[in-house]
Design a protein. Structure first.
Length: 646
């Protein structure tokens, strides 16, 4: 074990934070930049584990002093960022501000990782307005250090060998758990301190002197070079589809360990490279840089509604974070790190407690007050609420359950079911409207909807949504639906879906043969028609590329609302391929086309609102109001079923 300042470790911090910044700014070519956090975790375990061991050997270690150092190291800069974010987040729309309040309370208690685990995956939340999302790693680190010193001191009583065996044993247990968790619950694995502990312990085990420092420079440089290669693989080779941490995290963890090991060699060239002033300078401010960059990216880009500007905005905010981080390091971090210079121990702990309670109280108030919607005018409030979200309570459920559950029945439950609504989440949005309209006509129907699963057996494959199912399950559900239709009890089938997601529209999937896929889909339509079914084919709703009803709310705040609703000409151009084919099917008597744009689009603009009330829940799903708005389009079908029944 060696003490003393090592400039090259600040260089490693620079590599870590630059990888994270590039990933968060969405710079192309850094899909695994999130693994920079894992570099930090190993470095943290190495430095703090080594410090505890050295002080324990010298008989000078104190838990109170240890936690005092953690408070001085972590809280001053963190409190500055929280104070800034608490004020700057006032611009967030109510739901986003409410979620911010929850995260502010959670990070005040250093449990934000558990909050984000509950909400969603890291990569999904990274696309949303979550200014404190990056605090999850800080929470994991501090949770680890609540118990690690005591574990280390307990093992130290039995000597150096016992300490190393204990560290290695717990490391292996944590790693095994991490591998298991990434396969059973990836979101939990990403945020859990149990699945990350082995990364800290890897650094601590190295700091315990389990291997001697290399005596030859070429050996050290060889190890460091392999370490750099592993880090490069992690940053450039991993992506958000990698099962992480688990086995995938071995690359950044082992890479960092090899770099730490190799740079110990006398005259190490790798150490000389990492000790260059630019690397050391960035490493010194890396903590503040990590704290400041993400709130700036999120809040700085909140009202940038042209999504093509995302990279430019992110890069600009990252550049802005450098001088802010330097000031934070120079005037906040450094002064508070010096023992008793600004605050005595008692005053420090009292101030930390007061600040924690203040931020937690403010965050709780925001959450309880539901994001304080009164900050905005009534129109913005209505748009921001997005209306009632689609009812997906019957979607993805086993088909037998759906058919037998009266709550999932469309229309008059006393009547024998005569029609079927079949499709994905874009079909399910019509559930409340069809349920109401069918009841008015005294007819009844079933609904079989599955997230990201193409209806019609001839093209049974999953889409791209995050709630999608496996293709095998999609085929199985569609085959079961086909059996139901073959029984002859159902006379009409309504087919609706997010057609672009399956490569049936103009955009198609990369490399897909749109015409060929449409031919396969048509084969399924013809098979249904041959059974004597009346087929109602629902074209997809208009959508503005990448823009949602929340963007309309933001646009109204900045006075640019009219520029962000989809134009009728653009919608017609985007939907022309499928529309032309569907109309051809209609001319052949195969289907009746239901076109929501008849009601949603005018001569120039396709509406996303009705009287300043939102018709959409997001970029491409109608809300309950929107479904009711286009509900009359289904009346001719329901009238026909009603008359034929009588």
């Amino acid at each position: 074990m060696t003490g003393g300042y090592r400039r090259e470790i600040d260089g490693m911090r620079a590599l870590a934070v630059l990888a994270v910044l590039a990933f968060h700014a969405r710079v192309p070519g850094f899909p695994g930049g999130f693994s920079g956090v894992d570099i930090f975790l190993v470095l943290s375990g190495y430095l703090i584990g080594g410090l505890i061991l050295r002080e324990a050997d010298a008989g000078s270690f104190s838990l109170v002093s240890f936690y005092e150092r953690r408070v001085r190291r972590i809280l001053p800069a963190l409190f500055a960022v929280l104070a800034f974010t608490a004020v700057a987040s006032w611009i967030l729309l109510p739901d986003d501000f409410r979620n911010f309040g929850a995260s502010l309370t959670a990070i005040s208690a250093l449990v934000s990782n558990f909050l984000f685990e509950r909400d969603s995956g890291y990569f999904a939340l990274a696309r949303e307005a979550t200014p404190l999302l990056h605090s999850w790693s800080l929470a994991v680190e501090e949770q680890f250090y609540l118990f690690f010193p005591m574990l280390l001191l307990l093992a130290r009583r039995w000597g150096t060998t016992a300490t190393r065996i204990a560290l290695a044993a717990v490391l292996l247990l944590s790693f095994a758990y991490s591998v298991w968790a990434t396969h059973t619950d990836p979101v939990m694995a990403f945020y859990s301190p149990l699945s990350r502990a082995w990364e800290f312990l890897a650094g601590a085990l190295l700091a315990s002197g389990v291997v001697r420092a290399p005596v030859r420079r070429d050996l050290g440089d060889g190890a460091a070079l392999i370490g750099l290669a592993l880090l490069a693989f992690a940053v450039f080779g991993l992506d958000n589809g990698s099962r992480f941490p688990g086995v995938a995290a071995l690359a950044p963890v082992i890479g960092t360990m090899l770099l730490l090991y190799g740079t110990q060699a006398e005259g190490s060239r790798a150490a000389m490279l990492l000790s260059l002033k630019p690397f050391v300078g960035i490493g010194l401010i890396s903590y503040s840089l990590y704290l400041w960059h993400w709130p700036l990216i999120v809040l700085g880009g909140y009202y940038v509604l042209d999504h093509r500007m995302g990279l430019i905005t992110g890069a600009a905010m990252v550049l802005l974070s450098f001088p802010i981080a330097w000031a934070s390091w120079r005037y906040i971090e450094r002064p508070f790190r010096k023992p008793r210079l600004l605050l005595s121990r008692r005053a420090l702990f009292a101030s930390a407690a007061a600040g924690t309670l203040a931020f937690a109280g403010y965050g709780t108030a925001i959450y309880v007050l539901k994001g304080i919607p009164a900050r905005f005018d009534p129109v913005v409030q209505r748009l921001a609420e997005r209306g009632d979200q689609p009812d997906y309570s019957c979607t993805n459920r086993p088909i037998g359950e759906v058919l037998s559950d009266p709550a999932c029945r469309l229309g008059d439950a006393r009547a024998a079911p005569s029609f079927l609504l079949w499709g994905d989440s874009h079909a399910a949005v019509y559930f409340p409207a069809l349920k109401r309209e069918a009841a008015a006509w005294g007819v009844s129907g079933y609904m079989i909807t599955t997230f990201d699963c193409t209806p019609v057996v001839s093209l049974s494959e999953g889409g791209t949504g995050k709630r999608g199912i496996r293709q095998a399950e999609c085929r199985e559900r569609n085959a079961e639906t086909a059996k139901l239709l073959a029984e002859g009890r159902i006379r009409a089938v309504v087919i609706a879906g997010h057609w672009d997601a399956y490569g049936l529209g103009r955009r198609g999937k990369p490399g897909s043969n749109v015409a060929g896929r449409l031919d396969r889909f048509e084969a399924g339509i013809r098979a249904l028609h041959a059974q004597g079914l009346n087929i109602y084919f629902v074209l997809d709703v208009p959508q503005a590329a990448g823009l949602s009803v929340l963007d309309l709310a933001k646009a109204r705040v900045i006075g640019a609302r009219s520029a962000f609703e989809p134009t009728t000409a653009e919608y017609q151009r985007r939907s022309a391929t499928l529309r032309d084919r569907a109309l051809a099917w209609e001319r052949q008597g195969l289907v009746t086309v239901i076109d929501p744009s008849r009601l949603l689009c005018g001569p120039a603009i396709c509406r996303m609102t009705d009287g300043d009330y939102p018709l959409y829940f997001d970029t491409h799903h109608l809300n309950a109001r929107g479904a009711a708005f286009v509900g009359p389009l289904f009346v001719p079908m329901l009238r026909s079923l009603s008359l034929s029944r009588n």
